[in-house]
Design a protein around this ligand. Structure first.
Ligand code: DGP
Length: 113
């Protein structure tokens, strides 16, 4: 079956999209873990940070720059937020398409583990 996030990027599956450009797409997480929870994904299928190559420098930069745009759109740029990218089984990555979680809208719990 085709990757869920590829389907959202292509429009085959609906998604609450906030932002998109040539390289990335940002949409709301279907199971929000915070009042504001947005996922930023590359349009191109890259499975995880481990699969990023030197040819992906533009997309890697766009992913991080999109965090700032999302924070403005979600009204959390001043209060702050947390970004997370899970990778592999120890990272508990469920969807095997690289994504950055942007979480905010309330104080995050202490700790990262
Ligand atoms: P991760 O564990 O980092 O792979 O998190 C994957 C996230 O993707 C999880 O928070 C739920 C979200 N998710 C899974 N399926 C869908 C979907 O079909 N639509 C949206 N918007 N989010 C999804």
């Amino acid at each position: 079956m085709k990757c869920i996030f590829c389907q959202i990027v292509s429009g085959e599956m609906s998604g609450d999209i906030l932002l998109r450009n040539e390289h990335i797409c940002a949409f709301r997480d279907i199971h929000p873990a915070a009042p504001k929870h947005v996922l930023i994904v590359p349009n191109k299928h890259i499975a995880s940070t481990e699969e990023l190559s030197n040819n992906d420098r533009d997309v890697a930069a766009e992913l991080l720059l999109a965090v700032k745009e999302v924070s403005k759109l979600e009204g959390i740029s001043e209060t702050g937020y947390r970004i997370i990218s899970n990778c592999g089984s120890h990272g508990r990555q469920e969807v095997k398409h690289l994504h950055i979680h942007v979480l905010g809208g309330a104080p995050m719990r202490n700790g990262l583990g």
